[in-house]
Design a protein around this ligand. Structure first.
Ligand code: ADP
Length: 465
């Protein structure tokens, strides 16, 4: 207090001196006028009042300039520079998307930014950290920081209400103004759930891919061993084993092709296609390629396709239709019917609505939704089979890599579990949608819808249409 008064004293003296000088000068001029009889009584009163008012105004102006009013936003109102920077720091803290907390005496939360409030579910009154974060390692780190010790980051995981993985950074912050507790603890919580999930997915993918390859490889090694041993001189066994070995190598080939295809599609998923693809021609090509399998299972194939051109890459869209029709054949009983429909000029609502309806009891799921910038007209390719169908609980996992429904028989060629994942990624790249509808015992409908190429959005505009 005494310091402040000492520093202010000379300023006050200057102010008084200047005010006295202004008032004195004004009064001298007044006296001169009065002596020469230039002023009447009324003019004298007006002049004195004016000089007094001017002097007071000068005094107040100088005082305000030297000692501005305290900033109402500042807590202490002593130093405008300090309060300004603390307000900026406060603003920065508030807008940080990462949870940041300042913990004080006894582990009480002194400051929590909005991200921290949301992350920890804090109410308007913040209590002790231990009541909202029951992580002994983090609490230990905080109490070490409150004693001024530097601490290593701490990782913790929670499985409920949702799985989350967090890395907590704790640091001591000096608070010299409080001799009783000279340290606070700053706690920054970094949510690493998505990084952990991506790591796990990568590890799972590698484990799955090597497992899928290891099985046929192990069987190949076993048969080679047998052929070199007791089956060496048995032509019947040799032919049988060679046929199985051929199937296994084919399976490995399929797996590697699908893996390469998936990684290619994933690599350019963020680059939208710029070309156009004649979907009716693609359907014709797919039917031609699959004719041997259709004949082998005596499938009755019904194709109902109107001319339609999509914005997209022909090879990728051919892979989409191929995977869906191949699945319909694979997962159908011999002699059953597979229906293929292509229609165009649909609004997004129409495209999303089931076209080849299975009935009210069927379950329906969107495996990929069209993006908002996809345009306003769509074409839809729908593939319906009369196979075993898929239970509702299995629908969400269908487009996961390597997922195969238990007990689902696909004939002699075992599937890779990658086909629908490839379809989903290609559809995503094409800003389209992908839905599945299924009713166990009745069959399934897989539908893909894609933005229509604008210059041929009406069937009549197609060459020969
Ligand atoms: P796969 O190579 O195993 O066919 P997909 O990714 O194409 O791999 O399909 C994943 C799983 O979804 C299949 O293993 C099968 O269990 C199920 N599935 C796919 N299409 C059909 C269908 N039309 N009918 C019944 N189940 C299907």
């Amino acid at each position: 207090m005494s310091n402040k008064n000492d520093s202010e004293a000379p300023l006050i003296r200057i102010r008084r001196r200047d005010t006295a000088a202004v008032a004195g000068l004004g009064s001298m001029v007044l006296v001169l006028f009065w002596m020469f009889g230039e002023l009447g009584l009324l003019e004298t009163v007006v002049a004195i009042t004016t000089i007094a008012a001017l002097s007071t105004f000068y005094y107040l102006t100088v005082r305000t300039a030297l000692n501005p009013l305290p900033d109402p936003a500042s807590h202490r109102g002593q130093d405008s520079g300090a309060s300004g920077s603390s307000a900026n720091a406060q603003l920065m803290l508030e807008s940080l998307p990462i949870p940041v907390l300042l913990v004080g005496s006894g582990g009480r939360i002194e400051i929590a930014n909005p991200a921290a409030r949301e992350f920890l579910g804090l109410g308007p009154v913040t209590g002790h950290l231990s009541s909202v974060l029951r992580q002994p390692q983090v609490l230990e780190a905080v109490s070490a920081a409150l004693r001024g010790h530097a601490v290593e980051p701490v990782e913790y995981s929670m499985m409920a209400p949702v799985e989350s993985h967090v890395r907590a950074f704790v640091a001591p912050v000096a608070a010299p103004e409080d001799p009783a507790l000279p340290w606070r603890a700053m706690l920054v919580l970094s949510d690493e759930t998505s990084i952990k999930r991506a790591d796990r997915m990568r590890a799972d993918f590698l484990a799955n891919a090597s497992h899928e390859l290891r099985t046929p490889l192990a069987s190949l090694a076993g048969f080679i061993e047998t052929l070199r041993g007791h089956a060496k001189d048995d032509p019947d066994a040799r032919d049988r084993f060679l046929a199985i070995m051929f199937d296994q190598t084919e399976r490995m080939q399929r797996l590697i092709n699908d893996l390469l295809s998936l990684s290619r599609v994933e690599m350019d998923e963020h680059v939208p296609p710029s070309g156009t693809a004649d979907m009716a021609a693609i359907i014709d090509d797919v039917v031609d390629v699959l004719r041997p399998q259709i004949a082998e299972k005596s499938i009755r194939l019904e194709v109902n396709a109107e001319p339609a051109v999509a914005v997209g890459e022909r090879d990728q869209l051919l892979e989409v239709v191929m995977n869906l029709v191949e699945n319909a054949i694979k997962y159908s009983e011999s002699g059953s019917t597979v229906t293929l429909q292509l229609c165009t000029g649909l609004t997004r609502d129409q495209a999303e609505r089931p076209g080849l309806v299975l009935g009210d009891a069927a379950s329906r799921l969107t495996l990929a939704g069209p993006s908002s910038e996809a345009g306003d007209r769509f074409l839809a390719v729908r593939v319906r089979d009369a196979g075993k169908g898929i239970e509702r609980g299995n629908l969400p996992r269908l487009s996961e890599r390597f997922y195969r429904v238990d007990g689902q028989k696909s004939g002699p060629k075992e599937g890779t579990g990658l086909g629908l994942a490839i379809v989903k990624h290609i559809v995503n790249r094409h800003r389209g949608g992908f839905t599945v509808e299924s009713l166990p015992g009745t069959g399934s409908v897989f539908s893909v819808f894609l933005p229509v190429a604008r210059h041929v959005s009406k069937a009549s505009e197609l060459p020969g249409g």
